[in-house]
Write a protein that binds this ligand. Structure first.
Ligand SMILES: NC(=O)c1ccc[n+]([C@@H]2O[C@H](COP(=O)([O-])OP(=O)(O)OC[C@H]3O[C@@H](n4cnc5c(N)ncnc54)[C@H](OP(=O)(O)O)[C@@H]3O)[C@@H](O)[C@H]2O)c1
Length: 453
């Protein structure tokens, strides 16, 4: 039996001891989803929608990296697809090999990250199989964990205020190598968080990145600091970020208004508890005219649609990640003194908006990126308590993960797409059956149930 198979058996066996983990024999190679440096220019000037990422994503056997003194090797049971894997595969806005070479230069310890292949993925749930010599005692071999995607360095004084404002903080598996879409991944010990034990491996792996990002955007002092009763407009309500945003708004006593592009997605966000929904496809909103200028008529129509839904009130907060196509509408629709909090630009990062609607009505735009370790810890705690639930809709094996990535690129998915890495099948990894029953299968499986209808 291969070493990897033995490790899977150990993880699945409830009687495995600490001693067994100490005696583990690690394989020297593993399978992973990678991009290749030699292909970073193959798309040339091609438009994003024309880029076929099945050409640039590869399921490949690679070497398992050395574990540094403050690092941890995880046997990855499951991972998930995030939009940054799509960015990596399209080499937009920059080939990620540029990030890897910068990271390698920042510290001699990071040299190993600069390879001719990039192991992608910023989420994982799994088991600690090797600890660096300087990892503190909070963690031990065999611990079941999920991963905070922020790789902090604490080399810049700003990091002590908020590590996300430290320019040296990196997104794991995007700006660093050895990410979660692999059989084993390498993380800093500061990235470890305990796995929500009422969830399966694939459910747990689908949460950390989107949940911690949404937590910072809405709850944290670094984000919009939502209050009870706030009206929050959530773009892409049935996508990864949006469905998380809706859950945080509802938990905090706010009123989410979701924007989606189909009736199926509208039904889904209503199941999440979101009463107010705008189907943008039905209304055919287009905030730019053919010549590229701002389409004021559609801005006004959109604002009135939103305000009619919420009894003529306005949006206190706009939860933005959709970018160019929507940003002008987000600035326009926010109420006087309102906030637009943004973490991304799916439809393009060069935004155009009429600044009069920002300054005259004293609105603010808040840039938000990932989450610092404390924010990620708080978001994960809510998952562990069953107060933030998975939004997993479908699951692929690592070998077939490229198919899942293509669906995310083409906006053909809902919620999150999960990937089984070492876990041999779906449904494994639950330890706290009592909490699972208390939360309810219906709540945990909202997105899966709709998918299977
Ligand atoms: N900075 C960070 O730390 C961070 C973290 C996580 C994600 N992000 C970014 O946030 C973005 C969303 O991530 P995600 O995981 O939620 O992706 P996702 O699951 O693909 O969801 C994106 C949503 O955008 C909506 N959308 C697409 N085109 C649109 C358009 N033209 N107008 C309005 N809505 C449109 C879609 O909703 P409908 O078609 O139903 O309207 C879709 O559900 C990505 O760009 C990602 O890179 C950033």
């Amino acid at each position: 039996m291969s070493e990897t198979k033995k490790i899977i058996e150990m993880i699945e066996n409830d009687n495995t001891t600490q001693k067994d983990y100490e005696n583990i024999k690690l394989p020297s190679s593993m399978n992973a989803l990678v991009t290749l440096k030699e292909e970073e220019n193959i798309f040339g000037e091609m438009e994003t929608e024309d880029k076929d990422i099945s050409k640039t994503l590869h399921y490949k056997e690679v070497t398992i990296p050395e574990v540094g003194d403050d690092e941890v090797l995880i046997a990855v049971m499951a991972s998930g697809v995030n939009h940054n894997t799509v960015w990596s595969a399209t080499f937009e806005p920059l080939p990620t090999f540029n990030f890897l070479s910068h990271y390698a230069k920042s510290n001699p310890k990071n040299k190993k990250h600069n390879l001719t292949y990039h192991i992608l993925g910023s989420d994982a749930a799994g088991v600690i199989v090797k600890l660096g010599t300087k990892v503190h005692d909070n963690w031990k071999l065999g611990d079941r964990v999920v991963i905070c995607p922020a790789v902090t360095s604490n080399t810049n004084p700003q990091s002590y205020k908020d590590s996300m404002s430290d320019p040296n903080t990196k997104a794991w598996g995007y700006e660093t190598n050895f990410g979660g879409l692999a059989e084993f991944c390498l993380v800093k010990s500061t990235q470890l968080m305990k796995k929500p034990e009422h969830l399966t491996w694939e459910e747990a792996a689908s949460l950390s990145l989107v949940s911690s990002t949404a937590y910072r955007m809405l709850v944290s002092q670094h984000g919009a600091e939502m209050k009870q009763g706030d009206n929050v407009l959530v773009w892409g309500g049935a996508g990864g970020m949006g469905a998380m945003g809706i859950q945080y708004v509802l938990n905090g006593g706010g009123r989410p208004i979701a924007v989606v592009s189909s009736e199926k997605k509208a039904e889904l966000v209503k199941k999440l508890g979101c009463e107010y929904v705008v189907n943008r496809a039905k209304k055919n909103f287009n905030f730019f005219k053919e010549d590229g200028s701002i389409n004021k008529r559609h801005l006004i129509a959109f604002k009135s649609t939103v305000e009619r839904l919420i009894d003529k009130e306005s949006a206190d907060i706009v939860f933005e990640h959709t970018g160019r196509e929507t940003f002008g509408a987000s600035v326009f629709v926010a109420k006087s003194g309102g906030k637009i909090v943004t973490c991304g630009s799916t439809t393009g990062y060069e935004h155009t908006f009429d600044n009069r609607y920002l300054w005259m009505y004293v609105k603010s735009i808040i840039g938000s990126h990932g989450a610092n370790i404390y924010e990620a810890y708080n978001a994960n705690r809510l998952s562990c308590l069953g107060k933030i639930n998975p939004i997993l809709s479908e699951v692929y094996t690592l070998e077939n993960s490229i198919e899942g990535c293509i669906k995310v690129k083409n906006n053909q998915h809902i919620g999150k797409v999960g990937i089984l890495c070492l876990s041999p099948k779906e449904g494994l990894g639950i330890k706290d059956h009592e909490l699972r029953q208390k939360v309810g299968e219906d709540k945990i499986n909202i997105f899966r149930n709709l998918k299977n209808k």
